[in-house]
Design a protein around this ligand. Structure first.
Ligand code: IPM
Ligand code: MG
Length: 364
């Protein structure tokens, strides 16, 4: 198979972890006889500095013309001025919107070898295996009005939480489809006791549920969900929620896995179905970690696991994906750790060494 990828390393630790991901992909290609063709582009702060925009039309076109996109991370203090005309994050949002990536999948799995090294009690997180389906192109991030303005009594600003039934339907459907292939439990997260958009969300979720009688649907308020995620995380199988709720809850949930550096993500343009290869963008859920940049410190596991998700969803290569996941597991079992998951008696390694170790396992 031919992999035609756009690679957008971005800012901070982005380029370092991206290097390790492409390394692992190349080795996977070699082992299984696939041809990897990589096209590099700029996004985020580096794009602002070099092109004056966080995402150029040419880069967006390059992404559209490829089978999938691999993204490192965007952002950094040098572009953080709230008064600035453009921010690195604008590039990421323009990619999501411009590529129609409405479904963001964020699996949270606790590797057995890390059960004792997180901030939570082992008995609380043991067996956690859940997946978030976060709506990615609507809600507070995109809906209009969205602006800041002057009034005679000072400045005002607004963002809007607006959803159409079509937007809700397609994302809830992703939740049901995934739940069907898993433990058949879907939690739809909303704030229907207060928000009108959430009341529509709940209605649509109930309507779609009729097509999936084998899946148990539960509605959960977002505040209760935040609590339950820490109180009893193995309770969850699939969660589906709107953009902003999903942003917040997935950072919270990352701590179940020990570190943001462990969590991959896939942003898809279609409802995933077995046997259908779909366009997607793959990235770690962590940010650009500017303080760690250039130090060969960052954990590349999140983006390497994102490569596995890419092979699964955009190329239908289950065996290849599993080979990468098993390699990560093996390397962790052998005791290798980056700084963020380091524990007593383990072997501390840098970004590159971790990438080499995993690539070595994949290579066989
Ligand atoms: C994420 C990030 C982004 C988001 C930022 C960088 C715009 O936090 O992917 O979770 O808020 O969606
Ligand atoms: Mg986030």
């Amino acid at each position: 198979m031919q992999f035609n990828l756009t690679v957008l390393p971005g800012d901070g630790v982005g380029p370092e972890v991206t290097n390790e991901a492409t390394k692992v992909l190349q080795v996977t290609g070699k082992r299984f006889g696939h041809d990897v063709s990589l096209h590099y582009g700029l996004v985020g702060g580096v794009a602002i500095d070099q092109l004056g925009t966080a995402l150029s039309p040419d880069t967006l076109k390059m992404c559209r013309d490829s089978d999938a996109v691999l993204l490192g991370a965007v952002g950094g203090p040098e572009w953080d001025d709230p008064k600035a005309r453009v921010h690195p994050e604008d590039g990421l949002l323009a990619l999501r919107k411009g590529l129609g990536l409405f479904a963001n999948l964020r699996p949270v799995k606790v590797f057995p070898t890390l059960v004792d090294s997180t901030n939570l009690k082992p008995e609380v997180i043991k067996g956690v295996d859940l997946i978030f389906v976060r709506e990615l192109t609507g809600g507070l991030y995109f809906a209009r009005p969205k602006r800041q303005w002057q009034t005679s009594r000072g400045r005002r600003a607004t963002d809007s939480m607006t959803y159409s039934e079509q937007e809700i339907e397609r994302i809830v459907r992703v939740g049901f489809e995934l739940a069907q292939g898993r433990r058949k439990k879907l939690v739809s997260v909303d704030k229907a006791n207060v928000l009108e958009s959430s009341r529509l969300w709940r209605q649509v979720a109930m309507e779609v549920a009729k097509e999936y009688p084998d899946v148990e649907l539960e509605h959960m308020l977002v505040d209760a969900c935040a609590m339950r995620l820490i109180q009893n995380p193995p309770y969850f199988d699939v969660l589906v929620t709107e953009n902003m709720f999903g942003d917040i809850l997935t950072d919270e949930a990352s701590m179940l896995a020990g570190s943001m550096g462990m969590l991959p993500s896939a942003s898809l343009a279609e409802v995933p179905q077995e046997g259908v290869n779909i366009f997607g963008m793959y990235e770690p859920i962590h940010g650009s970690a500017p303080r760690r940049a250039g130090l060969n410190m960052a954990n590349p596991i999140a983006i390497i696991l994102s490569i596995a998700m890419m092979l699964r969803y955009s190329f239908g290569l289950i065996q290849e994906a599993q080979t990468i996941e098993t390699a990560v597991d093996d390397v962790l079992q052998e005791g290798y750790r980056t700084y963020d998951i380091m524990d007593e008696g383990k072997i501390r390694v840098g970004t590159e060494e971790m990438g080499d170790l995993i690539a070595g396992k994949v290579g066989g």
